[in-house]
Design a protein around this ligand. Structure first.
Ligand SMILES: *Cc1c(COP(=O)(O)O)cnc(C)c1O
Length: 217
């Protein structure tokens, strides 16, 4: 299956970058994929998955969690504050902490629950107007603000502009993380995960290269 091939490519990229084997977490992005494809990957033993939509994840993952112990679910799509409670019940990690209003609501709910998912701040490295994320110039202040609210941050996440070389964006994310004392870097997708690993990615988000093309029909 494709998963084996991707796992081999990750291992090779880790070695080539002089990084420890297994230091990169593979998030298998299962959004809108047919259930049989996801179950094949679960049956192969993989347990870390990513989803973009709270509603869709809520319809699929509780049953799979029962059948496949040890599932770790990552939210990699935009987070609406009105779905935050459901998202906190479903997900082990949020990769899209992208605005102060969300951080404030999250801080309150985390206080009330006494538990917090792994958190990655989404940085809009390309400063694209249509894309979510904190602007690079605002990232240090946002990280500080999250820490003042006792939100424990694991790292940063980015989605580079589609039409550009991803490397400068990966490096910018790495620099912002380093100067803020953050170790997690969620970057790299099907088309560029090996490049991302060379630039220090700790979490790669790979969908179509594992499951095949998505059909939104
Ligand atoms: C869909 C998605 C991915 C996976 O994309 P592929 O190109 O299929 O690997 C990764 N990250 C985010 C934020 C996504 O929305």
């Amino acid at each position: 299956m494709q998963l084996d091939d991707i796992s081999r490519r990750i291992a090779a990229a880790e070695t080539a970058a002089g990084r420890a084997p297994g230091s990169v977490h593979l998030i298998a992005v299962s959004k809108v994929q047919p259930p049989d494809r996801v179950e094949a990957v679960l049956n192969a033993g993989h347990r870390v998955f990513g989803e973009n939509y709270v509603q869709e994840a809520a319809g699929k993952w509780p049953a799979w969690r029962d059948r496949f112990p040890g599932v770790e679910l990552h939210m990699i799509g935009p987070l609406q504050t009105n779905k935050l409670k459901t998202a906190l019940e479903l997900f082990d990690a949020f990769h899209t902490l992208d605005r102060p209003s969300l951080a404030e609501k999250l801080a309150r709910q985390v206080q009330a629950r006494g538990a917090c998912p792994q958190l990655f701040v989404q940085v809009n490295t390309g400063a694209e107007p249509q894309k979510a994320g904190i602007l690079p110039d605002d990232a240090d202040a946002f990280v500080t603000r999250c820490r003042e609210m006792d939100l424990p941050l694991s790292g940063l996440m980015c989605i580079p502009p589609e039409d550009q070389d991803a490397v400068p964006h990966f490096r910018q994310l790495r620099d912002i993380a380093a100067r803020n004392g953050l170790s997690g870097l969620s970057m790299g997708m099907s088309a560029d995960f090996e490049t991302a690993i060379a630039e220090g990615a700790t979490h790669i988000r790979v969908g179509s290269a594992i499951f095949g093309a998505r059909s939104y029909a």
